[in-house]
Ligand binder design. Structure first.
Ligand code: GLC
Length: 638
């Protein structure tokens, strides 16, 4: 290890001066050795020549002073077990507090439901105070230090996190980094003419610069929020609004913005939040002539935030919400100089899209090509794997991957939209088209997992069974890929699209609300009835959760390798771990497929015991027959 630089010594000196009387100060100072270099490198990259270190250390010190004894203990334990979120027993659940259980107290009452399902990680959708009225599902935050009134208070949040921790469940909250609500105090002050706060945003007096940017900027919500800038009379200027006109992008080149967010992050960590989902992180750095996504500065900024947060609250981790093209994704877990220094978790958007592609085309080869092209991620990080989320699904499928199989990327993406909106003749799905873009012909899709796999359209018992098998297979892939699999509330019961969103004025224009239903607790009681649809779906997912937890090979540090078979519908994934290898076999089609046993066992494996069915691989005359949507997780016999 290189000797500490002068700056590092200064950082340590400042922290010691601020906190010298704190118990456990040696341990705290050691964090400067560990994360100080990351902090300094990030600051030098983004804010060169600006004396920021002392300011940051002062914010960190105040945060540390306010940190409770219980959370400090948690920090210590996590420093000793830094892979706590990577382990095979990790299972995530994402829900809106109100739609799941009314209030934060209600969520606390439902902890037994989560524990029964095997959940260890709960992501509660935006719950900090949003602007009144339309708020993009809470992603237009008015106050980062207050909980939405109808859900409870900060005190309730801290109590909930404590109760979750007692049940070995961690808490993830959203942190919107790209924008604040137009009603946020910073925006209000900017409108009042306060230059300090005007500088928190990108404001332009006329269309000159915005028009130059627009040349290369895509539109995120072309339907209901076209363009990327909004005129504001009080500002007498155009303010950058990538998303809705009421979500003002903040200017991260301003060090004051950085300091505000460091303080917000540590404050949330001090409420007992374990993980922050960095919302829309891809958009926070702007560069003329680009699409202003995935710019290199994004990663340096994340590195600063993470280093500062870790000095104050080392048990806090970050999850990047970067729903970007496959080639840009791995950078959020760190590549090159940022490897392992940025987010700890990132959504595997590409895997999600490829699962839907495989199910629609009954062909897993594209999934195999796309996944094989991913480079390995830092061994200290994890993917968040998922079948669907609260957002629409955009077909982030690379042309090159399609071309490798003689497919046309554009046509394939059109096919996916047709298929999942139910327009294609072979479709089983009933998704909804979200944000049709007449220029690019891009059509994203909304829908619950159960609706997209065809449970809503199934008319016969056989069709229903196939739809449920499809859903279970999709969940098996995400449970088995490594990383934290996320169950989106209701998927465990096979909930269908909720058409009632159209009658709620604030939601009517945004059909993503179709896949954000309220929890029907009466349906949830059917989960224990094996002959009902909710019972079948629940038992399938529950089984996968249980098996997953018993397989050390599912630790996130182990990469998944994929191999195809001679049949396009059958794909295998292998994970090699000193505790025991695992081979997964999936048939993504609705018909049985027979293969020579060597196709599955001919790679040097002797893994013949399927952990899901608890049976040996059924080999008859050297052939293995895989029923429709078969899933097998093979290990050594147990
Ligand atoms: C993220 C959220 C999405 C929201 C957007 C703007 O992508 O998941 O729901 O609309 O950010 O905050």
């Amino acid at each position: 290890m290189s000797l500490p630089t002068e700056q590092l010594i200064e950082l340590r000196g400042r922290l010691e001066k601020n906190l010298g009387d704190e118990p456990g100060i040696e341990g705290i100072l050691a964090r400067i050795e560990r994360w100080g270099p990351d902090l300094l490198a990030g600051v030098a990259e983004i804010y060169p020549g600006i004396d920021l270190q002392d300011r940051i250390i002062d914010i960190v010190s105040n945060g540390l002073r306010a940190r409770s004894h219980t959370l400090r203990m948690r920090d210590r334990v996590r420093l000793l077990t830094p892979d706590w979120f990577q382990r095979a027993d990790a299972v995530g659940y994402a829900a809106y507090a109100d739609r799941f259980a009314g209030t934060l107290k209600g969520v606390q009452d439902q902890i037994p439901y989560l524990s029964e399902l095997g959940v260890t990680y709960l992501h509660l959708m935006p719950l900090l105070e949003p602007r009144p009225g339309e708020s993009d599902g809470g992603y237009a935050v008015k106050d980062y230090r207050k909980v939405r009134e109808d859900l409870g208070t900060m005190r309730d949040l801290a109590a909930l996190s404590e109760a979750l921790h007692e049940s070995d469940i961690t808490l993830t909250l959203d942190l919107v980094l790209n924008h604040v609500a137009a009603e946020h105090e910073w925006a209000v002050k900017a409108r009042e003419g306060d230059q300090k706060y005007r500088d928190y945003f990108y404001v332009f007096p006329d269309r000159d610069v915005p028009d130059q940017y627009e040349r290369t900027l895509p539109e995120v919500f072309p339907d209901f929020a076209p363009g990327n800038f909004t005129w504001d009379d009080e500002l007498a200027g155009w303010v950058w609004t990538t998303f809705n006109s009421f979500q003002w992008d903040v200017n991260w080149t301003n060090p004051d913005v950085l300091c505000e967010y460091i303080d917000i992050i540590i404050n949330l960590a001090n409420q007992g939040v374990d993980c922050l989902r960095l919302d829309a992180i891809a958009f926070i750095a702007k560069r003329m002539g680009t699409n202003c996504q995935n710019q290199p500065e994004v990663h340096a900024i994340t590195q600063i935030l993470r280093a500062a947060a870790h000095i104050a609250a080392p048990s806090l981790i970050f999850k990047a919400e970067a729903i970007v093209a496959p080639d840009d994704l791995v950078a959020y877990l760190g590549r090159g100089k940022h490897a392992g220094r940025v987010s700890d978790i990132a959504y595997h958007n590409s895997l999600m899209v490829q699962i839907w592609s495989a199910l629609a085309s009954r062909d897993a080869r594209l999934l195999a090509v796309a996944m094989s092209r991913f480079s390995d991620i830092p061994t200290t990080t994890a993917w968040a794997t998922y079948v669907r989320c609260h957002d629409d699904i955009g077909w982030a499928i690379a042309n090159e991957d399609c071309e490798a199989l003689g497919l046309n990327g554009f046509q394939h993406r059109l096919f996916m939209s047709d298929f999942y909106s139910g327009a294609h003749s072979a479709s089983f799905a009933d998704g909804l088209v979200f944000q049709e873009n007449p220029q690019t012909l891009d059509r994203r899709i909304s829908g619950t997992a159960a609706s997209l796999v065809g449970l809503g359209r199934a008319t016969t018992a056989g069709e229903r069974r196939l739809a449920i098998d499809r859903l279970t297979l999709a969940y098996a892939v995400v449970m088995g890929y490594g990383g934290i699999p996320l169950i989106y509330m209701g998927d465990e019961l096979g909930l269908l699209n909720d058409e009632s969103y159209a009658t709620v004025p604030e939601h009517a224009d945004d059909n993503r609300w179709a896949h954000r239903p309220a929890m029907p607790w009466d349906v949830a009681t059917d989960r224990s009835k094996p002959l009902t649809d909710p019972g079948r779906v629940y038992s399938g997912i529950h089984r996968l959760v249980q098996v997953r937890k018993s397989l050390e090979s599912l630790h996130a540090s182990v990469p998944t390798r994929i191999y195809t078979t001679s049949h396009p519908s059958v794909v295998c994934c292998v994970r090699r771990h000193p505790a025991g290898d695992l081979v997964q076999v999936y048939n993504v089609s609705d018909v049985s497929v027979a293969l020579d046993e060597s196709e599955i066992l001919g790679h040097g494996w002797t893994l013949t015991y399927d952990r899901i069915s608890e049976r040996n691989l059924p080999v008859v005359d050297g052939r293995i027959t895989l029923p429709p949507y078969a899933t097998m997780w093979l290990t050594e016999p147990v």
